[in-house]
Design a protein around this ligand. Structure first.
Ligand code: ADP
Length: 555
């Protein structure tokens, strides 16, 4: 900027100097020429006046100083005297313009340039009283000569101007630029620099505001997206066309077992080496939507691979990873349950139909008929118990929560239960002890009764004659701790993890003999879950079993 200012200032100055010189020099020169002419004419008049009284004109003129050229010319143009040259050798001057003018008008003047044009001679001619012409000439520098003579001065001036221009330009540039440099571009409207900058600053302010609004909108959209992605249980991976990971949420990072920061910028094959997934992403790049199942450890995932489409085609890929472990497990258990139910129903039905056929075909001896009828009754009862338990389980499966929760006091509930099962216990001469403190559980009294019924029923079934059963219930550590323990046959350690599964029985034949369905503990687990209770099982083969249920305190 300083250079530009310098250039402009220097140019203007040089032009000003040259223009001034071009205007002033001729004007001055003309004025100088005019005054010189007047002076010469004056001189000629004085000399002419003196010449009137002089007898020998040549001698008089010879006495005058030779600064100016003095020539005396006869009316016919013959040179009578010249103080700079020999008059005898001079040509006739009658045709000289100043002489002709003087002969006609009494006075005349003319200028003649020297051969080099650097000098001119100004001639002033005056007609004397006796008709002769007195001419005085003076040689001076011509206008070109004057100009050439002034060149060093003009050059010096130009150099001075150049120097001055540099100084002024530097200062001016600094002064001009200073307020521009000091502009506060963060607050354009608060600047008071130049009025000329006002439109620019206003525009800048407007654009800043627009950019700010856009940035805010973008930022809030980005934050929204980031919040959605961060809080998604599902994994989400965004890939570029080149299958480079552009973004990955925490859930996806957990599923693929790679830190999100490390995955971003990497190719998909670094994140997951599965050839199936790579094949599907290729298909997706061709515009197809695909899905695939994937197993990671014990969890099952379903991947939806969708292309990101825009006008120009596929711009990238979005992979959505859903954890379907629970759904898979539920489907699996439903399949198993159906198979188990069919199997369980088939056994008593086969027995019933077998016994009925024997009676119908008259194969059975009359004395055996009551026995077969008894078997039919027993199997039917088992069938009914089985169907009841299945119905109960599916009823529980459908329950999302308990509709009518109430505070259920455990003392009367457990007391009545012990009473109800006392006959069965007495048959096996079991010592059933109930120790229940005053406490209540929030829940459904019918379901709670069923839970404890199943536990007590099992304890009676799996405890040999003369054994002991203890039922306890008391507040403990912010919970209501209940337990049913027996001194029965116990459960082998390898069966403990499966004991709450549907239709799981340690000893099928013993369970059948006792009328067990294999669903009792599955129902217990379900009811406990509905009541937010925790189940604990401890058992030693041949020593006994203890099943604890810890309910949350009723509010
Ligand atoms: P079941 O109708 O066969 O008793 P459950 O679901 O109630 O079915 O019990 C599952 C299995 O757990 C039983 O078959 C039995 O082998 C075992 N079991 C349950 N409770 C006890 C207990 N108190 N003592 C020993 N084994 C038990």
């Amino acid at each position: 900027m300083a250079r530009r200012i310098f250039r402009n200032i220097a140019l203007v100055s040089v032009l000003a100097v040259l223009l001034s010189a071009a205007l002033i020099v001729p004007t001055l020169y003309r004025a100088y020429e005019e005054s010189m002419c007047t002076e010469l004419m004056q001189e000629a008049r004085i000399i002419a006046g003196v010449l009137q009284n002089e007898g020998d004109e040549a001698s008089f003129l010879q006495t005058l100083p030779a600064d100016s050229r003095i020539t005396l010319i006869a009316p016919d143009g013959e040179v009578l005297f010249d103080n700079w040259a020999d008059a005898l050798h001079m040509e006739n001057h009658a045709r000289r313009p100043e002489i002709q003018q003087a002969l006609q008008n009494g006075a005349g003047q003319s200028t003649r340039a020297s051969d080099t044009l650097s000098e001119i001679t100004l001639y002033c001619a005056l007609r004397t009283n006796d008709g002769k012409i007195l001419r005085i000439g003076s040689t001076r520098r011509s206008i070109i000569g004057t100009f050439v003579n002034m060149l060093p001065l003009i050059g010096g001036m130009l150099m001075g101007i150049a120097l001055l221009s540099i100084l002024i330009a530097r200062k001016a540039a600094r002064k001009i630029v200073e307020p521009i440099n000091a502009l506060d571009l963060d607050h354009p409207l608060e600047n008071e620099a130049y009025d000329e900058l006002a439109p620019l600053l206003t525009r800048m302010h407007r654009q800043r505001e627009e950019i700010k609004q856009h940035m805010q909108a973008l930022e809030s959209a980005r934050a929204e997206l980031a919040a959605i992605m961060a809080n998604m249980r599902e994994g989400m991976v965004l890939l570029s066309q080149e299958q480079t990971v552009l973004s990955m949420n925490e859930s996806a990072a957990r599923i693929f077992n790679i830190p999100a920061e490390r995955a971003i910028g990497q190719k998909l094959c670094v994140v997951d080496r599965s050839a199936d997934l790579a094949g599907l992403t290729q298909r997706c790049l061709a515009g197809q939507r695909c899905s695939i199942d994937m197993q990671r450890g014990e969890r099952q995932y379903e991947l939806f691979i969708n292309p990101v489409l825009c006008e120009s085609g596929v711009r990238g890929i979005v992979i959505l990873v859903l954890d379907v472990t629970e759904r898979y497990a539920a489907e699996k258990s439903r399949r198993e349950f159906t198979a188990n139910v069919s199997h369980e129903l088939k056994t008593p039905l086969t027995s019933i139909s077998g016994f009925a056929e024997i009676i119908r075909d008259g194969i059975a001896q009359p004395q055996d008929i009551p026995h077969f009828a008894g078997m039919i009754c027993k199997e039917s009862a088992r069938l009914i118990a089985l169907v009841n338990d299945i119905l109960e389980l599916s009823r529980l499966d459908e329950k999302q929560g308990l509709p009518a929760w109430e505070s259920v006091s455990l003392q009367p509930l457990l007391g009545a239960l012990v009473q109800d099962l006392s006959l069965a216990a007495q048959k096996k001469r079991l010592n059933v002890r109930l120790s229940c403190e005053e406490c209540a559980v929030c829940g459904d009294p019918i379901l709670l009764r069923e839970l404890f019924f199943n536990l007590l029923d099992n304890a009676i079934k799996y405890t040999p004659e003369g054994g002991c059963i203890d039922i306890t219930a008391a507040p403990e550590g912010g919970k209501i701790a209940c337990a049913v323990s027996d001194s029965g046959i116990g459960i082998p350690a390898e069966h403990l993890p499966h004991i709450f599964e549907r239709f799981y029985r340690v000893d099928k034949s013993h369970s059948r003999q006792t009328g067990g369905t294999g669903l009792g503990l599955a129902i217990v687990k379900h009811i406990a879950l509905l009541h937010g209770a925790q189940l604990e099982l401890s058992s030693k083969e041949g020593r006994g079993t203890k099943i604890s249920v810890r309910f949350p305190l009723s509010k």
